[in-house]
Design a binder for this molecule. Structure first.
Ligand SMILES: CCCCCCCC/C=C\CCCCCCCC(=O)OC[C@H](COP(=O)(O)OP(=O)(O)OC[C@H]1O[C@@H](n2ccc(N)nc2=O)[C@H](O)[C@@H]1O)OC(=O)CCCCCCC/C=C\CCCCCCCC
Ligand SMILES: O=P([O-])([O-])O[C@@H]1[C@@H](O)[C@H](O)[C@@H](O)[C@H](O)[C@@H]1O
Ligand SMILES: [Mg+2]
Ligand SMILES: [Mg+2]
Length: 221
């Protein structure tokens, strides 16, 4: 949903910044790499210590690189399959660090086995959501579905909740529950999304096979 409705807005806002980086000679790949490194560092330095506010601010500053890298590539006419591969692969790394960092907090000082498991479920299910699309497309199916909770939703729900819950460190009362609530929402939403995508690929596979197209060649990939 965000990918559909918010992307145009962020493209407009970020285009001048992306153009400036290109003028400075920065490459889209460098932005992808630095953005991932910053997001991973923010998640793994701050979240395991329960410093959700500063973790969220750091991650937010770097994670927008994921919108800037593609913008730069398109402006420069340098969109490439390598760039698409690098972008998607490093998205998985950043996501693992974010939910892994939250799981580390609950496994340690946060001392809550159930929420640790929910955070790990968010990590794993988010990766499976992405895999369903990547594998379906590699087999030649359109995978014509986004689903309930795409990456942008997973991140916005989790980061807004973590950032506001983090204000508890500064004395704001009644906000700590937001993070656990968001983790449950992301976990449930990701599960639904996996099911939506699997059912879509199943339908597309039956339609293609019914039409005699088959996927024999693609199965080897
Ligand atoms: C301190 C600052 C606070 C700021 C607060 C701001 C609040 C913001 C609120 C909401 C944010 C909403 C974000 C919406 C995202 C829009 C939807 C979207 O586009 O999602 C997908 C994208 C990027 O996807 P992708 O990487 O696939 O697209 P690209 O455009 O990059 O194109 C890919 C193609 O480009 C080519 N290519 C790429 C790279 C490369 N090296 N070479 C290439 O050739 C190639 O062809 C590729 O195929 O974005 C995301 O998924 C990121 C989502 C960002 C989510 C932001 C989360 C932050 C939200 C809230 C933080 C709140 C902090 C609250 C603090 C509380 C304090 C009280
Ligand atoms: O499938 P999903 O994880 O919700 O969202 C995906 C991103 O995580 C991936 O990195 C990107 O390349 C895809 O175009 C898609 O946006
Ligand atoms: Mg990107
Ligand atoms: Mg990306």
């Amino acid at each position: 949903m965000l990918n559909k409705y918010a992307r145009a807005f962020f493209t407009r806002v970020l285009t001048p910044f992306a153009a400036l980086l290109l003028r400075w000679g920065v490459s889209p790949d460098a932005v992808t790499l630095i953005g991932t490194a910053g997001s991973v560092a923010g998640a793994l330095v701050f979240f395991p210590r329960g410093e959700f506010f500063w973790g969220t601010i750091t991650i937010t500053l770097f994670i927008f690189s994921d919108l800037v890298d593609g913008n730069m590539a398109r402006q420069a006419g340098r969109s490439s399959k390598w760039g698409a591969f690098l972008d998607s692969t490093l998205d998985r790394v950043a996501d693992a660090a974010i939910f892994g960092g939250l799981a580390m907090w609950y496994a340690g000082k946060g001392d809550n086995d159930l929420l640790c498991a929910v955070a790990l479920f968010c990590l794993a299910s988010g990766q499976v959501v992405s895999y369903t699309k990547a594998r379906g497309e590699s087999l030649g199916f359109p995978v014509d579905v986004s689903g309930l909770v795409e990456r942008a939703e997973r991140l916005v729900i989790s980061l807004v909740a973590a950032g506001v819950a983090g204000l508890h460190e500064f004395g704001l009362p009644y906000v700590e529950w937001l993070l656990p609530f968001a983790l449950w929402v992301v976990a449930a939403g990701s599960l639904v999304t996996v099911a939506q995508r699997m059912l879509t690929v199943r339908r597309e596979a039956f339609e293609l096979e019914g039409a005699g197209a088959g996927v024999e060649g693609a199965e080897k990939s």
